[in-house]
Write a protein that binds this ligand. Sequence first.
Ligand SMILES: NC(=O)c1ccc[n+]([C@@H]2O[C@H](COP(=O)([O-])OP(=O)(O)OC[C@H]3O[C@@H](n4cnc5c(N)ncnc54)[C@H](O)[C@@H]3O)[C@@H](O)[C@H]2O)c1
Length: 451
Amino acid sequence: MQVLVIGSGYVGLVAAACFAEAGHRILGVDVDAAKVATLSRGESPIFEPGLDELLVKHLASGALRFTTDLNAGIAEADAAFICVGTPQSEDGSADMKYVLAVAAQLGRAMALRAADAKPLIVVDKSTVPVGTAARVHAEIAAHTDRAFEVVSNPEFLREGSAILDFLEPDRVVVGCRTDHAETIMKGLYQSFLDRSGGKWFRMDPPSAELTKYAANAMLALRISFINEIANLAEAVGADVDHVKVAIGADHRIGPAFLNPGPGFGGSCFPKDLQALLKVGREQGQPLMTLAATVEANRHQKQVLLRKVKAHFGVQSGVPAPLKGRRFALWGLAFKADTDDIRESMALELIEGLVNLGAQVVVHDFAAMDAVRARIGDKVIYAATPLEACEGADALLIATEWAQYRQADLEAVGRALKSRRIFDGRNLFRPEAMEAQGWTYHSLGRRPVAAK
Ligand SMILES: NC(=O)c1ccc[n+]([C@@H]2O[C@H](COP(=O)([O-])OP(=O)(O)OC[C@H]3O[C@@H](n4cnc5c(N)ncnc54)[C@H](O)[C@@H]3O)[C@@H](O)[C@H]2O)c1
């Protein structure tokens, strides 16, 4: 099949590369000429395991091309995927200007299709509020009388394992009204589902649109829930590691998404939750559990800073109480295996420490450039995790990169001024840390102090 993928960010680029891998001919379109040039050279502008290989392979095979010109592939296309951003507006709602701009462009470009061409399947893959398929339809129809159908196909990939998630999905959700649209969409996805044994869900477009928001809301709710249980566990002397496996063994609950952490971030949960809250308010159906989830997360994003302040006896009203202190910070991306720092808790932690007068030396395996571009010389950048620890008063861990878990803690202990770790990802067990003479603060487990 011939497919236009409009928007070459995390979602569009992954979709383009994976559809090419499935044997389709893909034209990736982006307004950012520099990004298109980079991609056309076979270089990925984002860090995503497995993406570079697919990019190089399918640029060479000719299955994948990139352009800034949406008109280039419209005449022969069976489907056009809209994968542009839907950032948060001032009022919390999803900003639809990029999606609607693409719809208008598509509407104008439709004139290049033959009058008797099969209907173009226009696919909303961006995360969009309920009713967007209808809005996109109206926008396109305002510019053309050629046949088309708008389909909702929300994306569930996770940054860091996006290629695998796309090639082997748990499920594909398609909101469409005709069998023709379903046939085209099945043609694109069937080989992935055959491989993964994943499920195919056909429904109406509004249900598909709501499914995406409901899925993200449910996941965020679980995270905030286990974070609160972890905080309580710490207060009452319980161990969240025991609690989470025991509740997760209940098949009605399940074990996934029950790891406490320093608050969720990233490009999706924060903005999607705000967008869903806004829809709830507009519809007179306020989503109270979701409002609490957001509030709990705001609190949780300060968890490591609170622990540091308590440990170092920071008093309010004292100017620069951490002046002269140096902290190593491992992890800047909002989670492991990505370079994405949007809404990353690490940035809030840096802000908090620097405001208290501390010096922060940071390390990340993929997100250093993004942070440098965002905050410049507010922090010191270390080439290795160990280098970050040299002479620091404590090590703080914000991102769960596997390499940090495997770090040589004896070497870390020698590099630090003092054997102290504040671990926002529970990478180590308190008993083991105690035996090795560490002062170790983690989430939902008893703190241990060096003797
Ligand atoms: N990142 C994720 O993990 C993820 C997962 C599921 C769903 N989503 C959703 O997918 C959508 C895209 O997210 P993303 O992270 O890929 O965004 P992104 O910001 O990484 O990429 C968007 C791309 O669209 C391009 N663009 C903007 N206007 C355009 C236009 N008129 N024509 C062509 N290109 C245009 C931009 O230049 C950019 O390259 C969002 O709605 C997001 O919520 C994201």
